[in-house]
Design a protein around this ligand. Structure first.
Ligand SMILES: [Cu+2]
Length: 222
């Protein structure tokens, strides 16, 4: 009887403690070598070694949206976890024909307006470059992350990633200004408990000039 009572109270303590499990967070700020903020850039924290077991199980979640507005993909850069589904509604009055030839996901959606196609599965991590067969200038990016821990820099080049389990992570980045299609490994970090880590990263090497893929077409109307 004593052991049952002990077990019961231990369970109660664990339940009470559950909401208090510490989680770490990372704030990062990305600039180019001229200290210009690098926006619309995805940061992925991939657990390393034993830390991989900290990865939360893949849960079925509603499809993420990659819209088409004013003949641009919206958002221009979308980051999703591996296994996520994406819908590609067309909010324009003209029809689009969305496709990708990227190794991480080849697909093509027949010419359409509105919501006509079923969500697309993204099972392989990597970069998926989107185009439209009708409008060559349309370009969008889906980054399929090999980890549920990611974020995207805002206009000031800043990103915050919260609820990180303790562990060691490889920090990787990819954005439209990168010349490679592979995410660039920035560094390894180890987070304990409720660490709050700040990284100020100056991306070495040359990046494509700032113009903004979406910005290029600003003002164009049809
Ligand atoms: Cu189009």
């Amino acid at each position: 009887m004593r052991s049952v009572a002990f077990t019961t109270s231990l369970v109660a303590v664990l339940l009470l403690a559950a909401p208090l499990v510490p989680a770490a967070e990372l704030r990062a700020s990305l600039t180019d070598r001229d200290l210009v903020p690098v926006s619309d850039t995805v940061l992925i924290l991939s657990p390393v070694g034993e830390s991989r077991s900290a990865t939360i199980p893949r849960a079925a979640s509603p499809p993420v949206v990659m819209d088409q507005v004013n003949m641009q993909f919206e958002p221009a850069v979308l980051v999703i976890p591996q296994g996520a589904k994406v819908t590609f509604p067309n909010s324009d009055s003209v029809a689009h024909q969305v496709y990708s030839f990227s190794p991480a996901k080849r697909f093509a959606l027949g010419l359409y307006r509105g919501v006509r196609h079923a969500p697309v599965d993204f099972e392989q991590p990597g970069l998926v470059v989107l185009g439209c067969n009708i409008h060559d200038f349309m370009i969008g990016y889906i980054v399929v992350a090999d980890s549920p821990y990611f974020g995207k820099t805002n206009g000031a080049g800043e990103v915050q990633i919260t609820d990180l389990p303790a562990g060691t992570y490889t920090v990787k980045a990819w954005g439209p200004r990168f010349k490679d299609k592979e995410a660039r490994v920035l560094q390894k970090i180890t987070l304990r408990g409720d660490d709050k880590l700040t990284l100020n990263v100056k991306l070495e090497g040359s990046l494509l000039p700032v113009r903004g893929v979406a910005g290029k077409m600003k003002g164009l109307r049809y």
